[in-house]
Ligand binder design. Structure first.
Ligand code: TRP
Length: 439
């Protein structure tokens, strides 16, 4: 049964910005800059571009087209394909991608809470008087973070409840352009700091020897996969609100390009500034929550720039969380036939309550984040891809992808989707297990 009255994005721009909201997240801010510098500077960009524009673009194209064709998120979409083909276990298989996206919501909303707290600290101008490492370490993993986690989830719920056009599209139309605008201002500020040029060199002078190291390719692969939010559910649900006459491929290319630009801007903000102040740039939480506040502490007019920086990180985190909650609640609606508002509140509340155990225990937090990113997300992406490209079939898939497209994809796309992409996702899974996390 195809849902004829399903809400849609108002147009291509709204769709692209909502998807960018999902794609531009903490991965762009706390992982990409560090990896770019660490794995050979500009040399890293080569495998990164290759993977984003093959694996990433194919994956996004497939997820959007699947959602649009079934007018459903991955839970119902997969079930419908299984029913059509009279295959067993559709109910069971269809849950996997949804679990991946819901699992991501559980730990991501916690970090969104930390970011909101940092934004508030920057508003009060408190970084100046704080010992930042002990501030961060005493707060994460403690009860104090629960309230911020709650606030983050409440904001996400508040937006998703309003629906696709009035909530998701509207907020992303405001915050995504603002994020880019702020990033450009911040980049100009940090690049004009004395000594910043060394950071630019560190980022962009290529060390080609890294192209011969497997780790460079492995990290570029993981980054490319995570940054475009592939997990078999998140992007499917946004695709399900896309009109038939919109051009999927051109939207996908825009999303990939702007997502990459945002990651490059984040790199040009953080790394040169860290060099200018002689700070160590490690990856992950400490880059964002310890190094960055130091930068603003040391910078003239740092008060204002820290507010701008952390509000844009709040935008990045919340807009990704919105996609995760939308995908999870849409599945809940499909399963339990409940009203949107009720489902969104229930799913948000469950994700928040489950997350409390991680709020107060950083070991559990790490274990959950690893489990979701190493296993669930690649397996979820794999399930959706196999169902769309193999079970539903590449002939049908290609037809759906090309609907509304000015430059239809040729038949060459079929083996790319059916073999290359599936192989790429399998590589993300296997390498993630071997390297203990690459996304
Ligand atoms: N792309 C986001 C980032 O770079 C994170 C992300 C991964 C995500 N999987 C997702 C966002 C699923 C929304 C839905 O941080």
């Amino acid at each position: 049964m195809v849902d004829k009255n399903r809400e849609t994005f108002s147009g291509k721009l709204g769709f692209i910005l909502a998807c960018l909201g999902s794609a531009v997240g903490l991965g762009n801010i706390w992982m990409f800059p560090w990896r770019l510098g660490k794995y050979g500077g500009a040399a890293f960009l080569i495998p990164y571009f290759i993977f984003v524009f093959t694996l990433g673009v194919t994956g996004l194209t497939g997820e959007f087209a699947f959602g649009r064709s079934k007018k459903a998120g991955s839970l119902k979409g997969i079930r419908d394909v299984f029913k059509e083909k009279k295959l067993p276990f559709g109910k069971f298989v269809s849950i996997v991608p949804t679990l991946a996206v819901a699992g991501t919501l559980i730990f991501y909303s916690i970090v969104a809470g930390w970011v909101i707290r940092y934004f508030c600290t920057s508003l009060k101008g408190n970084f100046n008087s704080l010992d930042i490492p002990s501030y961060f370490n005493s707060f994460v993993g403690s009860k104090e973070s629960i309230a911020w986690h709650f606030l983050a989830m409440a904001i996400i719920v508040g937006v998703v409840i309003l629906g696709v056009t009035k909530g998701i599209e509207k907020i992303n139309k405001i915050i995504m352009p603002s994020l880019f605008f702020i990033f450009i201002i911040l980049m100009i500020r940090t690049l004009t700091l004395p000594g910043a040029i060394d950071g630019v060199k560190y980022l962009f002078v290529p060390d080609w020897s890294y192209l011969f190291k497997p780790i460079t390719w492995v990290m570029a692969l993981g980054q490319a996969f995570f940054t475009v939010s592939l997990n078999g559910a998140g992007m499917v649900v946004y695709g399900s609100y896309l009109k038939k006459d919109e051009d999927i491929l051109s939207s996908v290319v825009n999303i990939a390009i702007f997502d990459t630009i945002s990651a490059l801007l984040a790199s040009l903000i953080i790394i040169p500034a860290a060099f200018a102040f002689g700070l160590d740039q490690s990856a992950g939480p400490s880059l964002l929550f310890i190094t960055v506040p130091y930068i603003f502490k040391s910078m003239p007019l740092g008060y204002i720039f820290s507010i701008l920086f952390f509000i844009s990180v709040v935008f990045a985190a919340i807009s990704s969380g919105i996609n995760m909650l939308e995908a999870s609640s849409e599945a809940f609606i499909a399963q339990f036939k409940m009203k949107r508002s009720k489902s969104v509140v229930i799913v948000g509340a469950i994700a928040f309550i489950l997350g409390i155990a991680l709020d107060i225990d950083m070991a559990k937090f790490g274990a959950c984040a690893d489990f979701v990113t190493i296993y669930l997300a690649p397996i979820g992406a794999m399930v959706t891809a196999i169902v769309f490209f193999w079970v539903y079939g590449t002939d049908n898939a290609l037809q759906d992808i090309n609907e509304g497209s000015e430059k239809p994809l040729g038949v060459w796309f079929k083996p790319v989707a059916k073999y290359l992409y599936i192989f790429g996702v399998a590589a993300v899974l296997v390498l993630g297990i071997i390297y203990n996390g690459i996304g």
